[in-house]
Design a protein around this ligand. Sequence first.
Ligand code: TYD
Ligand code: MG
Length: 455
Amino acid sequence: MAKVKTTFFCQNCGAQSTKWVGKCPSCGEWNTMVEEVISKSKSDKAPFSKNTSNRVSKPQRITDVEQKELQRISLKDQELNRVFGGGLVPGSIVLFGGEPGIGKSTLVLQVALQEQDKTVLYVSGEESEEQISMRADRLGLKNENCFVLTETSLTNIFSQIEAVQPNFLVVDSIQTMHSDYLESSPGSISQIKECTAQFLKFAKQTGIPVILIGHITKEGSLAGPKVLEHMVDTVLLFEGDRNHTYRLIRSIKNRFGSTNELGIYEMQGKGLREIDNPSEILISENQENLSGIAIGAMLEGIRPLLVETQALVSTAAYGTPQRSATGFDLRRLNMLLAVLEKRCGFRLGAKDVFINIAGGVKVSDPAIDLALVTAIMSSNANIPVTGKIAFAGELSLSGEVRPVNRIDQRISEAEKLGFNKILISKACKEINQRDYQIEVVKVAKIEDSIRAVFG
Ligand code: TYD
Ligand code: MG
């Protein structure tokens, strides 16, 4: 094997040591020593480096730099295109993270199979070719230009890439890959770092985009060092509740686009379906005559989303009243209940209050307050909210309805979905009824809102 020199570096202070030690002798931190390659022998070039020129960079004026139009690879998957900022950028390296079983492999395979006119190499260190082919059958997609390779050694992978010459490369998952230069086992920090560095070099030198799948630790961060997120161009997180079918792709870093975009999918028996109008599926059809339901206009990233908030208020059967919230912060619920009690005189202290946001959505947008309070009132009085009304407003401790950001987008979304009325804060001065078909009702206080809805 090639002659390679490795040394252990402290990830905290950068101290070096030729041997692994548990505690850094320099800064005293535990378990921070990580093996890294410091030099490879000259003859031992990575196989892909053959066809690259040895370009020497020279400083040039920033105004003289030629800006080439980013030639993006437009994918069939519109949600992914949007999250990437208009398509996959050649030579970019994407880290796609998510919890086990959320559907990372499914989505990436689906994308690979959809790209009929491109050669895709899907490298898997987790599943056999047979398993992948069975999944492809399940997805009901066929693509002769999609190659699968079950391999974990970088050297072998790069030599196969030479043979296949793919247009893009998928690696499932970076934690299973290993470089022969290092002795540590796959999944260790030094292996993950070294392998990512190799794929990064490969992507930059050949212009072939690479998608790396990565696992997530229990704490919710990408397994491996933080430095991994610094190395790659784009970090996407695939999220969702395993008990629900909705999945979100959130971009937490993107060198070629905004991180505000969001991709929404539904997991079905035949793979992931793109959802271009998420509000429609989050609102049940016949909620007209049920009490305890109100529709809130929230934002997910920068996408407006109408969600159904549900409340159930009942007399506490046992001594202590229960408060429970699914998809919403319990402390905020308690605060809203206190505001209702104090400002509007509703006696909810002896009642059980249960809150649910439909579809397994988790809401942190305070704009949902107004809808939630309305749902609680509706359930308490057992009067349904009739007439297709949406709500967008934050509630302050004084019972005042406060304005929320991007209110125009929320109003347009409600209008698009056929709502007749939307309640917003009186402080939204810039909003003019003339610009909208939907009736825009401005309220200053929570009492006004309740009066406007229930009369
Ligand atoms: P998978 O892609 O293996 O997850 P990850 O790679 O993130 O660990 O997804 C597995 C789950 O998706 C599994 O529980 C079954 C479900 N699934 C469907 O519901 N429909 C499908 O068509 C496929 C392929 C998987
Ligand atoms: Mg997988």
